[in-house]
Design a protein around this ligand. Structure first.
Ligand SMILES: Cc1ncc(COP(=O)(O)O)c(C=O)c1O
Length: 387
């Protein structure tokens, strides 16, 4: 790759992938790999799905991109599909290209509507690659909930707890990631989140859920926020809805749309509401529904949980956490963690390496024998460290 600048912070280990199918990818030497990373957690229905290929060719033969003043029915159909799963009936959607963009748009809208200055998030949330969310100094309130993980009252969450009590009253939006991607798959307590949402809303702030990773079935439900009793104002969706094609969505409630219509706020960019992206998103949602992939992710998640819990030894592997098809395996010794990752790759298994944790986020279509194959290979590798 002499012409590509790799600034991802990750080594490029397979420079020439030639073929993909379902959960498998094949390199230029014909070696087959089981992809438990779904690309960058994107290929929800698997690589090279026949219906995914077909919808792309169908749309290529029609319209792929249109100007701001023109559109196509497929965009509206796709929006209806998204609104049906976010439960935002009479709401509206904007299709964009990346998760970062979907979050950025939601934040801009929240700031305009709330008329307040502070953005709020949890300390371990990942919110995209733009400097507006990466640099969380001035203008941000970050709630550090590490201590809540050990709090005896986490089931009920005391509203008088200083953490909650200190939330400022000038929050424009609470950006909630319901299962931290950057924080290695930690799920904030239900009662704490419900309290925060109530307080922020009471002060006039908006609730934005970042479902870029946790959405579209990754946790075994449509969205990570479905594990909480909350109603968002806006939901940012990316990754899995495009199955690897760059399409994202900001879904808005009816009241956000109504409030926005009373302002003169505008937002435009080249690939906004592109028919190709919308057609793909619509088809991916239909496939997930028809192939019952939420139930499958939930069931396989239970299976994976039972198997992974058996490898926790409190020393080399200290904890496993996850929901549905979103898992982390903690290996505190970074050197060992990297060795396990590379040995898995050698054996044809792709997982994500995150310094002191391995991430397992397979396509929702994965079959149990593939999970068993992974577990067997992982156990064999762990054994070599115990000898
Ligand atoms: C939780 C979360 N939010 C936002 C993003 C940003 O999405 P994108 O890389 O598509 O801009 C990511 C990407 O990894 C993510 O995991």
């Amino acid at each position: 790759m002499k012409n590509i600048l790799n600034i991802t912070g990750h080594d490029l280990l397979l420079p020439n992938i030639l073929k993909t199918e379902g959960c498998y990818i094949y390199d230029d030497k014909g070696k087959k790999y089981l992809d438990l990373e779904s690309g960058v957690w994107c290929t929800s229905i698997g690589h090279n799905h026949e219906r995914f290929r077909n919808i792309i060719s169908k749309q290529l033969n029609g319209i792929t991109h249109a100007g701001f003043c023109y559109s196509s029915e497929i965009v509206d159909l796709a929006a209806e599909n998204v609104l049906s799963i976010t439960g935002m009936h009479n709401g509206k959607c904007v299709f964009l290209c990346s998760g970062s963009e979907a979050i950025e748009l939601a934040r801009q809208i929240a700031k305009v509507l709330a008329g307040k200055s502070i953005s709020m998030t949890l300390h371990d949330s990942y919110l995209g690659s733009y400097s507006s969310v990466v640099n969380r100094g001035d203008g941000w309130f970050r709630l550090d909930w590490k201590q809540c993980q050990k709090c005896p009252k986490s089931e009920t969450c005391d509203i008088d707890c200083p953490l909650i009590r200190d939330i400022p009253d000038n929050i424009s939006e609470f950006l909630f990631e319901p299962g931290s991607a950057g924080g290695f798959v930690r799920f904030p307590p239900k009662a704490m989140i419900e309290n925060i949402v109530g307080i922020v809303r009471n002060y006039g702030g908006k609730i934005i859920i970042n479902e870029v990773t946790t959405g579209i079935g990754r946790t075994g439900k449509w969205f990570g926020y479905n594990y909480y009793n909350i109603q968002p104002d806006m939901v940012a969706i990316g990754k899995g809805i495009g199955n690897g094609y760059p399409v994202s969505v900001t879904s808005m409630s009816e009241s956000i749309v109504s409030e926005l219509s009373k302002t003169d706020y505008h937002y435009s960019q080249s690939h906004q509401n592109d028919p190709l992206g919308a057609a793909i998103a619509n088809e991916v949602l239909n496939i997930i529904k028809e192939e019952k992939l939420l139930a499958k992710a939930m069931e396989n998640g239970e299976f994976l949980k039972n198997e992974l819990e058996k490898i926790v030894d409190g020393k080399m592997i200290t904890e496993v956490r996850g929901r549905g098809m979103m898992w982390a395996i903690d290996i505190p010794d970074e050197k060992i963690c990297k060795e396990v990752y590379l040995k898995l790759l050698e054996k044809g298994i792709i997982v994500s390496f995150r310094r002191r944790a391995l991430r397992i986020d397979p396509p929702l279509i994965i079959a149990q024998p593939d999970i068993e194959d992974f577990i067997q290979k992982l156990k064999a590798i762990i054994m070599t460290f115990h000898r």
